[in-house]
Every structure is written in structure tokens, then in C-alpha cells.
Design a protein around this ligand. Structure first.
Ligand SMILES: NC(=O)C1=CN([C@@H]2O[C@H](COP(=O)(O)OP(=O)(O)OC[C@H]3O[C@@H](n4cnc5c(N)ncnc54)[C@H](O)[C@@H]3O)[C@@H](O)[C@H]2O)C=CC1
Ligand SMILES: O=C(O)[C@@H]1CCC=N1
Length: 263
């Protein structure tokens, strides 16, 4: 794969690390306005660092865009004339819809829109993908790339905003739950490091149980809740205080906000 990442910032470099460490690339061009900050990537074989987006596009088959939304349109305009019909264009740009990309470069391109999350830097991103009509023919290629960096799911573009809330913002929501558990553990007498270790490993274990067994969360809850025991006591108190309700309300508020921003 000859890949270019246009905008090698937080997300772009995380994707680059994943592609480099899994030997996924034939060549990899990384672009950034100030390329000095990423010069060290040239130590990797077949990785090139440049501030020239046009060069990167000309040398690559798969172009991954990871710039901020405000920068995207002018970059598309800049490279538009260099795009050929075999280029596969993968955008990670939040809120930038495929029809808007097509209005700049035309619809006769393989266009894929992705929504990864920051766990991509540790190969654990839940990445949602959608494509334009032509891009559907290359969706498996995009899945192959992002499956090296976590897990993928294909969704209709109209669900991309909701996916942003659940998966990208979701990292922050889960972090807050882990932090709250850590605070509880400290109050029960563990030191901060122990408390965080216990909170995050238990969270990871709970997710792994569901991923590997395919069971419903309540089935796993039933296995832990001894009648008249401490688990159901704690769980019911959390629900009396609105745990599930506040999470659902937070998710819906976040979704309303992302739709407001998109207008
Ligand atoms: N943070 C997250 O959880 C997620 C972010 N995204 C999206 O990914 C995109 C990138 O986000 P970050 O990596 O956090 O941003 P960032 O600001 O860290 O990276 C963007 C990079 O693009 C470079 N750049 C700007 N103009 C350029 C140009 N003309 N040519 C080449 N490079 C240029 C900047 O120097 C910067 O290094 C955003 O559109 C964001 O919405 C998508 C999914 C998840
Ligand atoms: O907070 C935000 O608006 C963006 C979208 C997903 C992650 N960060």
C-alpha cells in the first residue's frame, strides 16, 4: 500500500504508528505544515516526511486526511487536479460530509469517511466507516487498514454524528467512569495508583467478557449479584441516583450539540 497521511497531527500520527508497526505500507508520506516536528519518522524505512501535500498525493494510492475541519476544503482544492480515479480517499474529518467533499472534487472518486477514536494510538479504536457510491467498492480496503488499528463497523452516513458521540466522545465518557471508580476506591482505602489500576483493569475485563462471550451485560450482572449481597445493593443505589439515566441523557445532549454544530 502506498499511503499518504495529509495532516500528521495527533490522529494522523496515531494512524501512522499503527501502519508502520504492522508493516502495512509500501511507502508512507506524512505531511504537516511544520514538518520539523515529525522529522524523526524518516528513520522508519519507506517513510517520507514533507510539507508538500501535492507530492504526497502524487506518490500515493491511498490518501488519508487528518487535518482540522477548517483546513480540509482548501487542501482538497489544492490537490484536486492531481487526483486520479484510482485514488482511495479516506477522510477522518469530524462533521465534513461526503456530499461536501464531492462538491469540491466531484463524485467520481473512491471516497470513504471514517470516525476513529483516540484509542487508535494503542490499536484499539472503534472505527465507523461509510462511503460514497463509488467508495463502497473500496470499503473492504478501508476496513483492512482500520482493522489493523482496532475494530471497524460500516454504517450509513446519516449515523456518523451519532457514531461520533458514542465512539469518539465515548472515550471521554468512559474515562470519567473510570475516574469516578478510582475516586471511590481511594475512599475505600487504596492509594491512587492501586485504585486506578483496579478501576481500569476491571473496566477492560468487563468489556472483554462481553466481546468474547457475546453475552448481554445483564447476563454478566446476574452472575455477580448475590441475592441480598453487596453488588445489588450498590447497583440499585447507583440507579436510584440516576446512573443509567444520566448516561443516556448525556449521550443525547452530546448528540444534540453535534447536530447544532453541524448546522
Ligand atoms: N480526536 C478525536 O477523537 C478524533 C478526531 N478526528 C478528526 O481528525 C482530524 C484531526 O484531528 P487531530 O489529529 O486531533 O488534529 P491536529 O490538529 O492534531 O492535527 C492536524 C494536523 O494537520 C496539520 N496541517 C494543517 N494544515 C495542513 C496543511 N495544509 N497541510 C498539511 N498538514 C496540515 C497541522 O499542522 C496538524 O499537525 C480532525 O478533523 C478531527 O475532527 C476524528 C476522529 C476522532
Ligand atoms: O468534542 C468534539 O466536538 C469532537 C468530536 C469528537 C471528538 N471531539
Amino acid at each position: 500500500m502506498k499511503v499518504a497521511i495529509i495532516g500528521a497531527g495527533n490522529l494522523g500520527l496515531s494512524i501512522a504508528k499503527g501502519l508502520i508497526t504492522t508493516n502495512a505500507i509500501t511507502t508512507l508520506y506524512l505531511t504537516r505544515r511544520n514538518k520539523e516536528g515529525i522529522k524523526s519518522y524518516e528513520e522508519y524505512k519507506n517513510v517520507f516526511v514533507t510539507d508538500d501535500n501535492k507530492l504526497a498525493v502524487q506518490q500515493s494510492d491511498i490518501i488519508i486526511f487528518a487535518v482540522q475541519p477548517a483546513q480540509f476544503e482548501s487542501i482538497l482544492l489544492d490537490i484536486k487536479d492531481l487526483l486520479h480515479q484510482n485514488h482511495v480517499l479516506i477522510s477522518t474529518i469530524t462533521g465534513f460530509k461526503i456530499p461536501r467533499m464531492e462538491s469540491v472534487i466531484g463524485s467520481d472518486h473512491y471516497i470513504i469517511r471514517s470516525m476513529p477514536n483516540t484509542a487508535i494510538s494503542v490499536g484499539k479504536s472503534m472505527t465507523c466507516l461509510c462511503a460514497n457510491e463509488k467508495g463502497e467498492k473500496r470499503i473492504d480496503l478501508a476496513k483492512a487498514i482500520f482493522n489493523r488499528l482496532g475494530t471497524t463497523i460500516s454504517i450509513p452516513e446519516k449515523q456518523m454524528q451519532a457514531a461520533t458521540v458514542i465512539c469518539a466522545s465515548g472515550i471521554a465518557f468512559w474515562m470519567r467512569l473510570i475516574r469516578a471508580t478510582t475516586q471511590g476506591a481511594i475512599q475505600l482505602g487504596f492509594d491512587a495508583a492501586e485504585a486506578q489500576e483496579m478501576a481500569m483493569q476491571t473496566c477492560s475485563g468487563a468489556a472483554s467478557l462481553l466481546i468474547q462471550s457475546g453475552s448481554h451485560p445483564e447476563q454478566e450482572i446476574d452472575k455477580v449479584t448475590t441475592p441480598k449481597g453487596c453488588t445489588i445493593e450498590g447497583l440499585n443505589e447507583m440507579e436510584h441516583q440516576g446512573l443509567s439515566s444520566s448516561l443516556i441523557k448525556g449521550i443525547v445532549s452530546s448528540y444534540e450539540k453535534i447536530n447544532q454544530i453541524a448546522k
